[in-house]
Design a protein around this ligand. Sequence first.
Ligand SMILES: [Cu+2]
Length: 459
Amino acid sequence: MNRRLFVLSGSAATLAACATSSTPFVPPAASFVRQEVTEFAANPALVKAFRDGVRAMMNFADITDPRSWQYWHNSHWMATGTPPAAMAGVWNQCPHRKPYFYAWHRAFLFFFEAMLRTMSGNSNFALPYWDYYKHPQLPDIFAQPLLTDGTANPLYWPTREGSVVTGLTFEAFDPALTAFNRDPANADTFEQVMEGNPHGHIHDMVGGDMGEVPTAAADPIFWVHHCHVDRLWSAWINAGGGRRLPNAGDPWYNRSFTFNTSGSWTLGVSDVLDTARLNYTYSDLTLPATPPGAIVPEVSIARRLNGHVLEVARFQSQVAGAFSLDLQTLQLTIPIAASQIDPAAILILDGAQLTGQGGLSGYSYNMYANLPAGATPENEEIDFNLGQLGTYVYSIESMNAVGGNVQIAYPIGRVIAQQLSAGLAPSNNVTITFIPFGDPNGDAATTPMMQFRQLLLQG
Ligand SMILES: [Cu+2]
């Protein structure tokens, strides 16, 4: 038994001894293997346990008790409102677009999974993961509203808009991306690229409640999605090739995350770096294999919108006026030479708003700087990819919005600096390409999904 499990056992014992708490946390005494959901689905006892556990948690009425589904939804983020005093520090916790995205979610999954195992009545239960790189279809066990006996399927969720994932990128697995930790001052990192695509992209492609942070964890698919995000961290470390966590002694390690009001369900960053310490592993520890040929889709630019430099200032240039995004590819041209763009520059989509149809989610944009026309080989994806845009990132930035102005920022300076050093940047202007994926509600391609007041270049 390692130290961490000893501490967890101690915590459970303390809880059991406490007359006022009935929380039945069972620490993992055995080792668990999280399987891909397609393998998992071939085992009827595990599928039944999953459904029984989710149903029992959804039926548990006291939402301040961790046996309830809503408790964990709220721990990620509440759909509305702020936590009651008793739940402060336990609810509304998830860090998005900032450090600890990965470490916090791993600890979150660990405690949730232990509770679900208890509630499922099957001591062998472990969460499955959904590998959308291999199986882009929404997993079968989640898709049907009714089970064969006519009862409701607890894994079904009615708000979803999408059932097939397209537009996944492979940039996060590029061998050149060796730093783990989000660092605004430096190059792209695994955590920051991963959080956009595939992570945010999947939230958007599933859509509905999954498409926004405050409602995402209501949908049971959330957990198998995040399990796969977690698996990709393990796979990334396992892949070697210089991929690395921050150096020992880095202040990044000095954080811990707590999931109950007594504080006994706490894990520190150093506790979650190796899943063996948490007594679980994954059935597959390889990174997604980049398929041959183009990953960035063959782009025929549907429309070009030529911006004008309205004000050229050192630290903030407005490069285009109001524009909207529908489900066709859009390219904006910024008439500024790439060489004039500072490596620290950020591109800001300013005054962002979802239109009525756009609020449904179920679509997502991959954004590129200076993407060449025609096919782009996968090993160049890292050279052009700016990030991902959809309702998930919109909802994060609307939670951070100052004065109601939603701004979504992308690190364009460092992408262009890479292009300049590789001789890839065009000489007389910069283009921004938005490539859409998904089709919420079967809407016409020309229905606006998002609109913006202006495009700003800052820095
Ligand atoms: Cu998420």
